[in-house]
Design a protein around this ligand. Structure first.
Ligand code: FES
Length: 109
């Protein structure tokens, strides 16, 4: 049994500016965690709910990356509007936001 009904992980990993894969921090992830929390509250995401920053989730080229568990869906979220859509459509409405889903397999697989 999960401790949380919904557990989100936002990658805020940072790499050197010339790294070939880039990083979520370089793509603007850092301020998004507070927005995730704000939009979750605004949307009424059912709890227990938790949102944490994370290290690299191996989808760097598609960042900033937001992973949603227990479903294991990985999203690209670039701004408040996209985060709000994930909260309202997926976490409240139960419908995966297909146009924001990262579908590429992990590079390590
Ligand atoms: S740096 Fe964010 S997924 Fe790799």
């Amino acid at each position: 049994m999960s401790r949380y009904r919904t557990h989100l992980f936002l990658c805020t990993n940072e790499r050197p500016a010339d790294h070939p894969r880039g990083s979520c921090k370089a793509r603007g992830a850092e301020p998004l965690l507070e927005i995730v929390k704000e939009e979750a509250k605004k949307a009424g995401v059912p709890g227990p709910f938790r949102a944490n920053r994370s290290g690299c989730l191996d989808a760097c080229e598609s960042g900033p990356v937001l992973a949603v568990y227990p479903e294991g869906v990985f999203y690209t979220v670039r701004n408040r509007e996209e985060i709000a859509r994930v909260m309202v459509e997926h976490l409240v409405g139960g419908t995966i936001v297909r146009d924001l889903v990262i579908s590429d397999p992990p590079r390590g697989s």
